[in-house]
Design a protein. Structure first.
Lengths: 671, 80
């Protein structure tokens, strides 16, 4: 795919030809000279660029962070559609064209750097639309992340030459010291994120395969994010806006993490974005920042939790950390603004062929005066401290790291919950549950966590009565919270109307424990807190059923074994009798009992234990056949056939023991 | 299986809210993809600058892959 296919990278000489198409009215007084066409284009481009950036951040801040995922996704789709309407080349109007109509929006014709920067911004809503539009997280969270990373990484690599960025520059390894600083920065900030409660990348006790997939997904996501935000977006924004482009790219990067639910975590990501952006500004390569990003993500979500434990040490006070991070972010911002573009001229700067005059003006305005810079720095630090303090105070509401210091019980279930939460009268009967407990973040709040109990012996994890209150037939995934494996039904819609709910069901020997998280849209504080509360669940007088256990099959297995034991008890005296007829009758009883047991079990759906059940049924049939052969040999007084039947019985009994062992490994330990 | 798909999809979409449909089927991505495909065809018919059509492909291909993966995942679940 060549550059020319997308309009190619613009050069100053080509910019000169566009002036022929521009028309500008002189100032009314005629005292000021007409604005040169190139500057006018640059002004239009910068204004549109700022509008795009503000819109992208606003969509994330106002919609995603508050849980309006669908609205945010639609807004992102509209933004993506609008950005894609930006033409790769300048608008060329002919006098006969209908485009020669004098409408303001038809006069829009920004400079090449601004146009390329706007087009590169398409990657930001594309990430969001694809990541939400690729709903594989209920299948595999890591798999979904990996797929999104590969798709978006491909898009960034294809878009790069179209907006004048050469992908080969990504591999530049200039200034090893700066690259090392980015890696150390990523490592340090990953530790800070861990201390501030960043979620672990995979649950405790995850299999090696799952951990490996998570590892690959994190690395791919880090590479894709760096390609998008530093490799394409930052470089094109720098060309259009000077060093302010680095700040804008970092702000866009941080805005995608607003859903993290904690101001301090968002500030950590923002600081990481600035550090990585500054490194790219100096070196022009991505190798150091990709390593730094991987260290940041893996450190926060895997390495530090593995080394120091999944319970985050309380080494940092959240409000203090928020203020500290805000000050550090402001300081890093000042360093980027203050940096003299004449020193360490990077390959990114060299790539910025033909920067717009407005971009140059912004760059000049941010670096001309030492005293002005100090004033800007002081103002930024003060503003950041005020904002950080305000956010930190607001963050004292129930959040993802609220301490769960109160306990409540219902039936055989006990949970811990935040002291700020309240117990309310429960509506468990409306949900078809036996008894219940309702916890809310505030009195009268629409958000609530309802925990109720179902009756024992229900075939599905979610009691039928509770299922009947829901629209459709929701399908669960499984999630391990604390030491228990829950069936989770996300985004279920109650028939009575109201917001979507997330349901959690835990099957136990005394029936299902069901939790309903109202207002717990995935990714929000409420959803996080619900899951943290459920992670504290303890069963006082019940035992949880293992995952994927088919309750109907378990009951059938119990009945079969009970019947076999009963027949065996009755048959043993017959087998020990001296009369041959009695012994033969005992053998025939056992043969019929085993054949009947095999037939009964074969008729029941064993779910995930089907293979083990088939082997068990075959063993039962073999035992039945062996007893039948034994009885026949005894009645015919055939010693050879009797010995052969005895050997077959021994072999079949071994197979039956192996079948028991296989079923026990799958959780069917009763009998 | 292909004959069952429209019925299954209709049942699933009708039984859920728009939000959950978006979460499980990627409805927004699908609609955007349709819009972009239509726009690309309109540009082709109007013989517009090929560069514009190719620029659209940068968004069309990822969305197409996302929609295809989603359908594959859902059908795999139905078949299982």
């Amino acid at each position: 795919m060549s550059l020319d296919e997308f309009g190619g990278r613009r050069t100053p000489s080509r910019i000169g030809t566009w002036t022929e198409n521009a028309e500008y009215a002189p100032e009314s007084g005629g005292e000021r000279a007409p604005i040169p066409a190139e500057q006018e284009w640059a002004r239009q481009g910068i204004a549109t660029l700022l509008l795009c950036i503000a819109a992208l951040i606003a969509v994330e801040a106002l919609l995603f962070a508050r849980g309006h995922v669908l609205s945010g996704q639609i807004a992102d789709a509209v933004l993506l559609f609008l950005i894609l309407q930006v033409r790769p080349g300048p608008v060329r109007r002919s006098p006969t064209s209908w485009l020669s109509l004098r409408a303001p929006w038809l006069e829009w014709n920004p400079s090449a750097p601004a146009r390329e920067a706007i087009r590169s911004l398409a990657l930001v809503p594309l990430i969001r639309v694809v990541s939400i539009g690729l709903p594989l997280r209920d299948v595999s969270h890591a798999g979904g992340t990996l797929a999104v990373a590969l798709i978006v990484g491909w898009a960034a690599l294809v878009l790069a030459p179209a907006v004048g960025v050469a992908p080969r520059t990504f591999l530049t390894a200039r200034l090893p010291g700066a690259q090392l600083q980015a890696m150390l920065g990523g490592l340090l900030l990953g530790f800070v994120a861990y201390l501030l409660g960043a979620p672990a990348l995979w649950p405790a006790g995850a299999s090696a395969d799952r951990a490996l997939l998570g590892l690959v997904a994190v690395v791919a996501a880090a590479v894709a994010e760096e390609l998008v935000f530093r490799g394409v977006v930052q470089v094109t924004l720098q060309r259009a806006m000077g060093r302010a482009g680095v700040l804008a790219a970092a702000a866009l990067f941080a805005s995608t993490y607003l859903g993290a639910g904690s101001a301090s975590l968002v500030l950590t990501v923002a600081l990481a974005g600035l550090v990585f952006g500054y490194t790219v500004l100096r070196t022009g390569g991505l190798s150091g920042v990709v390593c730094g990003h991987v260290l940041f993500a893996l450190g926060a979500g895997a390495v530090w939790p593995a080394l120091l434990g999944r319970t985050h040490p309380s080494l940092l006070s959240v409000p203090d950390a928020t203020i500290g991070l805000a000050v550090a972010t402001a300081g890093m911002t000042a360093i980027i603004i203050r940096r003299d573009g004449g020193h360490e001229r990077s390959s990114v700067d060299q790539l910025a062929v033909g920067p717009s005059s407005a971009g140059a003006a912004i760059a000049r305005a941010t670096s001309t005066s030492w005293w002005g810079t100090i004033a800007v720095l002081v103002c930024l630090v003060l503003a950041a401290a005020i904002v950080g303090f305000t956010i930190a105070r607001a963050g004292r509401e129930p959040g993802p790291i609220t301490i769960l210091d109160r306990t409540a019980s219902v039936g055989f279930v006990r949970v811990a919950y935040p002291s700020a939460w309240r117990r309310q009268s429960s509506d468990e009967h409306a949900l078809g549950l036996q008894s219940g407990l309702t916890l809310t973040p505030a009195p009268g709040a629409r958000q609530a966590l309802v925990i109720g109990l179902g009756t024992a012996g229900e075939p599905s994890p979610l009691p039928n009565a509770a299922r009947a209150t829901l629209e459709g037939s929701p399908r669960p995934d499984t999630v391990r919270l604390g030491g228990l494996l829950f069936y989770r039904y996300l985004n279920t819609a109650p028939r009575s109307g109201g917001p979507d709910e997330a349901l959690y069901a835990l099957r136990t020997t005394k029936g299902s424990a069901v939790a309903i998280c109202r207002g717990g849209t995935p990714g929000t504080n409420m959803a996080n807190t619900c899951e943290r509360i459920l992670a504290t669940m303890r069963l006082t007088s019940a035992t949880p059923f293992p995952p994927n256990l088919a309750v109907g099959y378990a009951h059938a297995l119990n009945a079969v074994i009970r019947e076999l034991n009963s027949v065996r008890t009755r048959a043993v005296p017959l087998l020990r009798a001296h009369a041959r007829a009695s012994q033969i009758r005992g053998m025939q009883h056992l043969a019929r009992a085993h054949e009947r047991a095999a037939a009964d079990l074969a008729a029941v759906n064993a779910g995930s234990a089907t293979a083990a059940s088939r082997a068990f049924v075959q063993a039962l049939k073999r035992v039945g056949a062996a007893y039948k052969a034994l009885a026949l040999a005894a009645s015919r007084r055939d010693p050879a056939a009797y010995r052969k039947a005895q050997a077959e019985l021994a072999s079949a009994t071994d197979a039956l023991d192996s079948g028991f062992a296989a079923l026990r490994r799958l959780g069917y330990s009763g009998g | 299986v292909s004959g069952l798909l429209p019925t299954l999809a209709q049942h699933e979409v009708a039984s859920k809210t728009v939000f959950s449909a978006s979460q499980s089927f990627g409805v927004v991505a699908l609609v955007l993809l349709v819009f972009l495909l239509i726009e690309r065809d309109v540009l082709r018919i109007a013989r517009a600058n090929p560069a514009r059509r190719k620029a659209l492909s940068i968004a069309i291909v990822p969305l197409l892959v996302a929609v295809a993966l989603t359908i594959w995942a859902r059908v795999a679940i139905v078949i299982q």
